[in-house]
Design a protein around this ligand. Structure first.
Ligand code: GDP
Length: 209
């Protein structure tokens, strides 16, 4: 991930690079700390922010790790004033992308640990589960809560995952500010991006596995 470099920013999912190799998507409500998390995970101070220039906040931003692997930074959702195009992206394009994109291995979902499982986050987790896409939740800003309160937020999300039988979903505490939870997140994302278990480049990797 430290090699990740800005490639392109596109207004629609259909303009993304060709559907091959492996990609991991970062999603989250605006202000959840998604940019900060991408930056610390890639160990690059300005990676996410510099690419998301004003006027392009609704774009999908692509970062290449190498020729076969990339990260995709989705537009932050949950702005008070949601532009029409954004609502269309959320309600139509995103479920279709999750369902059909062969290269997509997993979604890293940033949540503010103090306000977990907002409706839009539950919706995304449901779509991931239905599409057989793994979701790893980073409960960010855990530095803002006591240890006990942070753990109960984590347990609440774990309970939700179990109760709703969300296959392939996992959760951890994280703090982009304090560099907490990096190892655990790297392990999950690293496994997703590892090309070793990809049988045949032609047959896609998005199966139920
Ligand atoms: P984005 O809109 O989701 O990309 O969020 P940003 O990365 O821009 O962060 C939003 C705000 O939350 C900024 O003021 C960050 O400094 C702050 N922030 C991000 N991560 C953390 C964290 O782990 N702990 C704390 N306390 N603040 C954070």
């Amino acid at each position: 991930m430290q090699r990740a470099a800005f490639r392109v920013s596109v207004p629609e999912a259909r303009l993304l690079p060709a559907d091959s190799g492996r990609e991991v998507v970062f999603a989250g409500r605006s202000n959840s700390g998604k940019s900060s998390a991408i930056n610390v995970l890639c160990n690059q101070r300005q990676l996410a922010r510099t690419s998301r220039t004003p006027g392009r906040t609704q774009h999908l931003v692509v970062f290449d790790i190498d020729a076969d692997r990339r990260l995709i930074d989705l537009p932050g959702f949950g702005y008070a004033k949601v532009p029409k195009g954004m609502r269309a992206l959320w309600e139509k394009t995103l479920p279709r992308y999750l369902e059909t994109r062969q290269a997509l291995i997993g979604v890293v979902l940033l949540m503010d640990v103090r306000h977990v499982l907002r409706p839009v986050e539950q919706q995304l987790l449901g779509w991931c589960s239905e599409s057989g896409v793994s979701a790893h939740i980073l409960l960010n800003k855990s530095d803002k809560l006591s240890r006990g309160a942070a753990q109960s937020a984590r347990l609440e999300v774990e309970r939700y995952i179990k109760q709703n039988s969300l296959r392939g979903a996992s959760v951890q505490l994280f703090s982009a500010l304090r560099f907490q939870g990096l190892e655990q997140a790297w392990t999950v994302i690293g496994e997703w991006l590892s090309l070793e278990d990809k049988a045949d480049p032609g047959c896609g990797a998005g199966g139920s596995g």
